[in-house]
Design a protein around this ligand. Structure first.
Ligand SMILES: [Ca+2]
Ligand SMILES: [Ca+2]
Ligand SMILES: [Ca+2]
Length: 255
């Protein structure tokens, strides 16, 4: 379920009449297998959940898995990772099986825990560009707009979703993009995020030992069976559009 974004309904492509299940199948086709391609998560909170065909073991003192994105120096659109170990072996990630990976910004004073945001479905699609395209409000008393740009003309609101309000919650990281002379640069975070460090970098590898519970206490997991990734920042970066995490598959570093 992506949030509002300039590649929503495009990566993967939505065709009129398709359902959430159809879109999930398209996302799976993009992410699963050796020849994976990208999906977009849109703005803050947009997410994807996927599982593996085996448990990725938590090896001591080693990073255990990697989620692929398209980050490179100056283009970091961090996504937060949640992990689940299928403790009750029912083949599903149950609510009480999820833990957050505490990346480098987890204890940053500018990080907001228990953040939530709501996006209102747009009523005007033909006005392009539109700086006041989709209104959002959050639980911190803030509100603003997601913009529509001239490059991407389709609706940025997930059209298969049956409600006029999209709501997401989680941890919010501080905006990491800055502009200088018309050039937008996204500062790379140290570790623990998706679509942040390049795929071929150690910095994009994740250690299951970084998992924490709701109170921030470290948890000892034998391994993980499921991953959730969601866009961690709520930022519009001028002509670049919204900052949105891309995901292009994942793998076990021990195989
Ligand atoms: Ca480990
Ligand atoms: Ca990206
Ligand atoms: Ca389970």
């Amino acid at each position: 379920m992506p949030a509002v974004g300039q590649f929503t309904n495009a990566l993967p492509a939505y065709v009129t009449g398709e359902t959430q299940a159809d879109m999930t199948a398209k996302a799976a086709k993009a992410l699963v297998g050796e020849k994976s391609t990208m999906i977009t998560l849109g703005g803050y909170g947009g997410y994807v959940v996927f599982g593996f065909d085996h448990t990725i073991m938590n090896q001591p003192n080693k990073r255990d898995f990697k989620v692929l994105g398209n980050g490179f120096a100056g283009s970091s659109e961090p996504g937060i990772v949640m992990v689940a170990y299928d403790k009750n072996k029912n083949g599903k990630p149950d609510d009480d099986e999820w833990y957050e990976i505490a990346g480098s910004e987890y204890t940053n004073p500018n990080t907001i825990k228990n953040y939530s945001i709501s996006y209102q479905k747009p009523t005007e699609e033909d006005k392009i560009p539109n700086p006041e395209y989709v209104k959002w409000t959050d639980n911190q008393g803030n509100s603003g707009y997601k913009t529509k740009n001239s490059y991407h003309k389709q609706s940025y609101y997930p059209l298969w979703f049956g409600s006029d309000q999209l709501k997401f919650s989680g941890t919010l990281l501080a905006s990491n993009y800055t502009e200088k002379n018309g050039i937008w640069t996204g500062k790379q975070l140290a570790y623990g995020y998706v679509d942040n460090a390049p795929n071929n970098s150690e910095d994009s590898n994740i250690d299951i030992d970084w998992a924490v519970d709701k109170n921030g206490n470290p948890v000892k997991l034998l391994g993980i069976d499921f991953i959730k990734v969601y866009t961690a920042t709520n930022q519009e970066a001028g002509w670049l559009g919204e900052i949105s995490t891309e995901v292009a598959g994942a793998y076990d570093l021990h195989l």
